[in-house]
Design a protein around this ligand. Structure first.
Ligand SMILES: *[C@@H]1O[C@H](CO)[C@@H](O)[C@H](O)[C@H]1NC(C)=O
Ligand SMILES: *[C@@H]1O[C@H](CO)[C@@H](O)[C@H](O)[C@H]1NC(C)=O
Ligand SMILES: *[C@@H]1O[C@H](CO)[C@@H](O)[C@H](O)[C@H]1NC(C)=O
Ligand SMILES: *[C@@H]1O[C@H](CO)[C@@H](O)[C@H](O)[C@H]1NC(C)=O
Ligand SMILES: *[C@@H]1O[C@H](CO)[C@@H](O)[C@H](O)[C@H]1NC(C)=O
Ligand SMILES: *[C@@H]1O[C@H](CO)[C@@H](O)[C@H](O)[C@H]1NC(C)=O
Length: 512
């Protein structure tokens, strides 16, 4: 940091505000941006791609939640060169994207689609030639519809074999250039939204539950789907380690969404309830991945509906991640809520025995995601304490706005400023965090809002036939940060003080 800049910081910044620069991060710490295949690629029925469960869901009306589909999306399929150029201009170290299984292997198993193979080779080569590391997710919501139709997708153990064959193709074809593989994105949310609540694909849940599911069982299937995700992940990791790692030297991870859970009072009931919520949301996957079995509280509360691992499976799952991917957006207050139903009739959320209360100020005009950096720090600390010190990538973190809002996205600038600053603090306090990815590179088809909401650093005008990309202020802010340019103190002051800037940072009564 230059002397002049130091003086400016001292003179201008508010007490309590902090300044950080790229220099404070180790050189191997990666900064990137994220997307997923169905949300950005488009070309949904082009060049041999077949539908995934997301094509089916969006064409059937997105469960009446919003309109639109990923047929064209941001058209990254045709615009990947332009998009890689945007990443290079911003100075990204890495791009996290996903492979569409049904583009590569249209029926989920069987022949590889040469045009799908070519597309991902092109994207990866384009990234590498611009010095950008590809971080690849193998399953990001979009299971091939054929496998869902044939045997129920993740609820059937056949998925383990088919997933392993799919990732074998990916490792073999792309592993010379791709070093970071995430098997499953947000396994916990996929299981909860797809099989318990049933509002997202594959929309399975018990009859007359929240959504109108035509099939499913919310008491059993979330656990079954999660179990098979763990076995599929472990099988993929074993394949990579035995067949590819010695040549390719890459890493295998799993991704979960971490909600922050804050006990609503200091009573032991609520404190234990918050821990129980963490065990159900994160321990569900992290306990098996670390210790080879589900958390004790899940065994007690779920009983015989919780699948069990054989000794051999347990050994396979245990230690099968080289890194953990965490997506972090929302936090909740947690209140203890004992459930009196007969244990056999409960669903996943009843098993958790908590009530979650939105940690959003009592103001319906507030739309953006509240900034709760200290809760992310708590998540990092509790993962380390409870499961171990494995490397962590923040795979997703970002601010939501209406798609039609201004390119001067101050609320996103503020959000990124605070979260990236919190990464510097986390490193100082000993967290093993290795990278940070903004969700998302550009406006896309959002899974909880379609085209009405956006998270992009780049605005995409979905009504423009050319789907022109335009940088938002946040893209400029991120580029400046990544290029080590000192942040303009005037901008810093605007971030900290401007009363017009929607500021949703607020403090909990029991915040640290
Ligand atoms: C799983 O799928 C296979 C076909 O791959 C089918 O034979 C089997 O019955 C299914 N198992 C269950 C439990 O549905
Ligand atoms: C779900 O499965 C459990 C265990 O097999 C069974 O007791 C229950 O009746 C099923 N529920 C529904 C709604 O089918
Ligand atoms: C479920 O179906 C009923 C009757 O068709 C309808 O009134 C209701 O809005 C549907 N609920 C959802 C969440 O789609
Ligand atoms: C909880 O305890 C902390 C520290 O003991 C205290 O600062 C805080 O005010 C308490 N919160 C509530 C809601 O009682
Ligand atoms: C939140 O809003 C509701 C409805 O306007 C009001 O009744 C309640 O008192 C408010 N709560 C707080 C904590 O301000
Ligand atoms: C922006 O979009 C939101 C939600 O789609 C809508 O409520 C609002 O009226 C729109 N604003 C403008 C200026 O078009």
């Amino acid at each position: 940091m230059s002397f002049a800049w130091t003086v400016l910081v001292v003179v201008f910044l508010l007490p309590g505000a902090y300044c950080f620069s790229r220099d404070e991060f180790p050189s191997h710490f990666v900064f990137g941006a994220s997307t997923s295949a169905y949300q950005v690629e488009g070309a949904a029925d082009k060049d041999g791609r077949k539908p995934s469960i997301w094509d089916t869901f969006s064409h059937a009306g997105n469960g009446n939640m919003y309109q639109g589909n990923g047929d064209i999306a941001s058209d990254q399929y045709h615009k990947y060169k332009e998009d890689v150029q945007l990443m290079a201009n911003m100075g990204l170290d890495a791009y996290r994207f996903s492979i569409s299984w049904s583009r590569l292997i249209p029926d989920g198993k069987g022949p590889v689609n040469p045009k799908g193979l070519q597309y991902y080779n092109n994207v990866i080569n384009e990234l590498i030639s611009h010095g950008i590391q590809p971080h690849v997710t193998l399953h990001h919501w979009d299971l091939p519809q054929t496998l869902e139709d044939e045997y129920g997708g993740w609820v059937n153990r056949s998925i383990v074999k088919d997933f392993t064959a799919y990732v074998d193709v990916c490792f073999k074809e792309f592993g010379d250039r791709v070093k970071y593989w995430t098997t499953v994105n947000e396994g916990n949310v996929y299981a909860m939204f797809g099989y318990d609540i049933g509002i997202l694909p594959p929309q399975r849940c018990s009859p007359s539950f929240i959504a109108n599911c035509s099939k499913g069982n919310s008491s059993t299937e979330p656990y079954l789907a999660a179990h098979h995700m763990l076995l599929a992940h472990a099988s993929a990791a074993r394949l990579y380690r035995t067949k590819y790692k010695s040549m390719q030297h890459g890493f295998i991870g799993f991704n979960i969404l971490a909600f922050g859970y804050v006990p609503i009072t200091n009573t032991s009931g609520d404190i234990i309830a918050a821990q129980r919520a963490r065990d159900f949301m994160m321990g569900w996957f992290l306990n098996p991945l670390t210790f080879g079995d589900y958390p004790d509280i899940m065994k007690r509360n779920v009983g015989s509906r919780l699948p069990s691992f054989t000794k051999k499976e347990s050994n396979l799952v245990k230690g099968s991640i080289d890194f953990l991917g965490i997506n972090f957006y929302y936090s909740f207050y947690v209140k203890n809520k004992p459930d009196k139903q007969h244990i056999e009739d409960r669903d996943y959320r009843a098993d958790m025995e908590v009530e979650t209360i939105d940690l959003i100020p009592n103001d319906t005009s507030i739309y953006e995601v509240p900034i709760t950096t200290w809760i992310l720090q708590d998540v990092l600390d509790s993962v380390k304490n409870d499961y171990g010190d494995f490397p962590i990538y923040i795979h997703e973190n970002g601010q939501k706005t209406f798609s039609n809002s201004s390119l001067d996205d101050w609320s996103r600038v503020k959000y990124l400023h605070e979260y990236i600053g919190s990464m510097a603090n986390a490193l100082r306090s000993g967290s093993n965090v290795k990278g940070y990815f903004v969700w998302s590179l550009l406006d896309s088809f959002e899974i909880l809002g379609g085209y009405e909401i956006s998270y992009g650093l780049y605005y995409v005008d979905m009504k423009d036939p050319n789907l022109k990309r335009q940088p938002k202020l946040s893209a400029e802010w991120y580029a400046n940060f990544l290029k080590g340019k000192p942040m303009d103190p005037k901008v810093m002051i605007k971030i900290e003080k401007n009363p017009l800037l929607p500021s949703h940072t607020f403090f909990l009564h029991n915040a640290k």
